[in-house]
Structures are given as structure tokens and as C-alpha cells.
Design a binder for this molecule. Structure first.
Ligand SMILES: [Zn+2]
Length: 402
């Protein structure tokens, strides 16, 4: 490691080198606000104009950042606009849902661009993982050694980085290791609702709030408590399984193996049960259709009201237990609230402890919608890359290539 060529030595940032920390800080500013000017970053970080210029020049040489001249504004000195480098590092992100998958790529600005999206031809683990692996391989072929992480959001309980079980996909333990075509590229696996919560806290409806609760309904209900931008995941990463709190009917057995799960009370399966319909094959689509018929069909309205009430009661319990500063609603949770707003509000209020009622946390729609899990998968991968070790590995790989 001590045989650096003159070229790579001039580009290296040693650990504990203050400019290395400065470089990370500059990249984090660019990530937070792509298109920010170098002058604004220098001011925020307390860097002199000369230091900022030197750091950005080195980051440019390392293909970690691109600079373009900023439009002249008033009397200030000319500056540049910072953005991701066109040949810079990327992460490949996958959102693996019950009905479909999407495969995307994102640079250091964290904005996922979807490359492939497709409904599952077959939800069986072997087939579905094989199809997604092909999409990841296409992305890795296209971006080569610029790919630093493959990060997967999956509709499943994730424990120690592996799928433990998934009621939505009908899976037990599944190894997603096959999703990475080259052994050198690290794989990150996270629960989709947890990752959507991460994204809401970083750049969505919970941005700026230290403690945020994200709750989403797809098939069942999931979510996470986020503290300072990080999910509270428990010892093995399998925490946040709010859907398996016993807020539901104790007479019903959940596919997870437990009794009385909240999951069964709040989604399309619950609406179908209250209407006397058979269990829907695709509870999301069924629920969406039912929410669209609330105005004209009294039976549907009654079923949706009941489900919205059961959802809001459970949510009140979570607020009592976790004391969030804001609650964000993802997936079908917000349309469900909108379709039965009075019932939702009453049930939420009834479930809150008295001292909370005067000042309950705001309950707001998630801002990132369907893209939340993809954004979150990108965010956790960039967290891992934007470290001294991550940048050093990138710099030495480039030096080796040159
Ligand atoms: Zn359950």
C-alpha cells in the first residue's frame, strides 16, 4: 500500500488529513443540495475560498464531483455549481415489491433513475430473484466499476442483512446474494417500509424532525421509527414490524405465524373480509378499487370506515409508545385516511393519551410516494460510500486503473 505512484499520491487523502474531512463535508453538501454553488458550500462549512477551490479541484480529479460555472449574480466573485461527476461512483438500487420490481441507478446526488421495471412473471423466490439479478447485471455491465454498492429494498422482514420471511411475497428465508454479479460489490438489503422512512426523514415530509414515525400500508402495514435520520432497527435489523402488533382480531391467524396481527385489520384483505368477499390475490389493487367506490357504495364505505378506524387506533398506540415529532403516511395509508377522514380523526384522537390530545404530532402524507423505498435504498448505500474508507477505495481503484 506504500507504493503509490506520484499521480495517486497527489490525489490521496490520508486518514485524519483535515482536507479529507473537508472533502467529505463538501460531498455531503452537494448530496444534500445538488446544484449548490461552491461559494455557498464554503460559507456553510467555514472554508476559505482558496481551500474550497483546492478541495473541489481534487474531488474533480477523482471524478467525485463536477463543477460548472455558475450564472453571474451581482457583485460576488465568480463561482461554480457542484454536481455529481459524469464518470463518478454510482449505486444500483432495487425495490422488490409484492407485484413487481424496479432497478435504478443513482450518483452522489442520490436521485434514482429507473433503468428497468417489470411485474413478476412468477413470485416464487428462485424465479423472482433470477429476474431481478438479470436487471442488476445489466446495470453493472453498463456502469462497470463505478458501481460501489447494490442496495435492495424488499417487501420482507430483513434480519442480519438477509430476508427472514415475507408474507407479501410468500417467501421464507431467501438469500439475495445472487443479486450481485461480482463478489467485489457489497450488497445491502433492507425492509422497504424502513427504507421509505429513511428517505422521508432525509429529503421528504419528515425532513428536519429529529424523531419521525413512518407508517405505510401495502399488503399489511409496515414502517419504522427514525431518530436523527437512522432507523431504529433492533438488535438484528428485524425491528419495526408494526404490522405484527396484536391490534387486530385475536381470532385470526396471520401468515407470519402470530395471532391478532394489525396487518390483517388495515389492508385490502380486511376490506374484502368486511364485505364478505374472498381474500384478494392482490390486496393492494383490491384496496385501491374499494377506496375509489366509497362515495357510491354504502357497503364499501362502511368497510373502509371500519378499516380506517382500526388503522388510526393502532397509529394512536404507536404515537403513545414512541412519541414521534411527526407521522408520515406512505402507500395506501394516506388514501385510506382521505377516504374516511372523519372516522380516522376520531379514532386517532380516541386512542391518544389525554395529555397528547392538545398537541398531537402532525400526521402528513409521505412526500416521496412510490419512490420512497428506492430513495432510501440509495441513501443507505451513499451513507456507506461517503466515508474515508469508501473514498479511499474509490481513489485507489482509479489510480490502479490509470
Ligand atoms: Zn403477523
Amino acid at each position: 500500500m506504500s507504493t503509490a505512484s506520484p499521480a495517486s499520491r497527489s490525489l490521496s487523502f490520508r486518514t485524519r488529513d483535515s482536507r479529507w474531512r473537508g472533502a467529505l463535508a463538501v460531498l455531503q453538501e452537494m448530496r444534500r443540495e445538488p446544484g449548490v454553488t461552491r461559494a455557498a458550500v464554503a460559507q456553510r462549512l467555514g472554508l476559505s475560498s482558496g481551500s474550497a477551490t483546492e478541495i473541489t479541484a481534487r474531488l474533480r480529479e477523482l471524478a467525485l464531483l463536477a463543477e460548472t460555472p455558475a450564472a453571474a449574480s451581482g457583485r460576488g466573485r465568480p463561482t461554480t455549481v457542484l454536481g455529481p461527476h459524469p464518470d463518478g461512483p454510482v449505486v444500483v438500487a432495487v425495490d422488490l415489491r409484492q407485484e413487481d420490481y424496479r432497478c435504478a441507478v443513482a450518483a452522489l446526488d442520490g436521485r434514482p433513475e429507473v433503468l428497468e421495471a417489470e411485474a413478476h412473471a412468477d413470485r416464487a423466490a428462485g424465479r423472482a430473484v433470477g429476474t431481478v439479478a438479470r436487471a442488476v447485471r445489466h446495470a453493472c455491465d453498463r456502469y462497470g466499476d463505478r458501481v460501489r454498492f447494490v442496495s435492495v429494498a424488499v417487501a420482507a422482514t430483513v434480519r442480519r442483512g438477509r430476508v427472514a420471511q415475507s408474507a407479501a411475497l410468500g417467501w421464507d428465508a431467501v438469500d439475495l446474494g445472487a443479486l450481485v454479479p461480482h463478489p467485489g460489490v457489497p450488497l445491502l438489503v433492507g425492509n422497504d417500509a424502513t427504507l421509505a422512512g429513511v428517505a422521508e426523514s432525509r429529503c421528504g415530509a419528515a425532513a428536519g424532525t429529529a424523531v419521525a414515525l413512518h407508517v405505510t400500508i401495502e399488503v399489511g402495514v409496515g414502517g419504522t421509527l427514525i431518530v436523527d435520520g437512522r432507523p431504529v432497527e433492533g438488535m438484528t435489523g428485524a425491528g419495526g414490524e408494526f404490522g405484527h402488533l396484536p391490534f387486530g382480531d385475536r381470532g385470526l391467524r396471520c401468515p407470519c405465524g402470530a395471532r391478532g396481527c394489525w396487518d390483517l385489520a388495515v389492508d385490502g384483505r380486511a376490506i374484502a373480509r368486511h364485505l364478505g368477499d374472498p381474500p384478494p390475490r392482490d390486496p393492494r389493487t383490491y384496496a385501491r378499487a374499494a377506496l375509489g367506490r366509497v362515495a357510491e357504495d354504502a357497503a364499501v364505505r362502511s368497510a373502509v370506515n371500519r378499516v380506517a378506524g382500526d388503522f388510526a387506533s393502532g397509529l394512536a398506540g404507536l404515537v403513545n409508545a414512541l412519541d414521534p415529532g411527526v407521522v408520515t403516511l406512505g402507500g395506501l395509508a394516506e388514501p385510506l385516511r382521505a377516504a374516511a377522514a372523519p372516522r380516522f380523526a376520531t379514532a386517532l384522537r380516541d386512542g391518544l393519551m389525554r395529555f397528547r390530545r392538545a398537541d398531537p404530532p402532525p400526521v402528513v402524507a409521505a412526500a416521496l410516494g412510490e419512490d420512497g423505498a428506492l430513495h432510501g435504498a440509495v441513501a443507505v448505500a451513499l451513507d456507506r460510500f461517503l466515508t474515508e474508507e469508501g473514498l479511499a477505495a474509490w481513489a485507489s481503484a482509479r489510480a490502479g486503473r490509470g
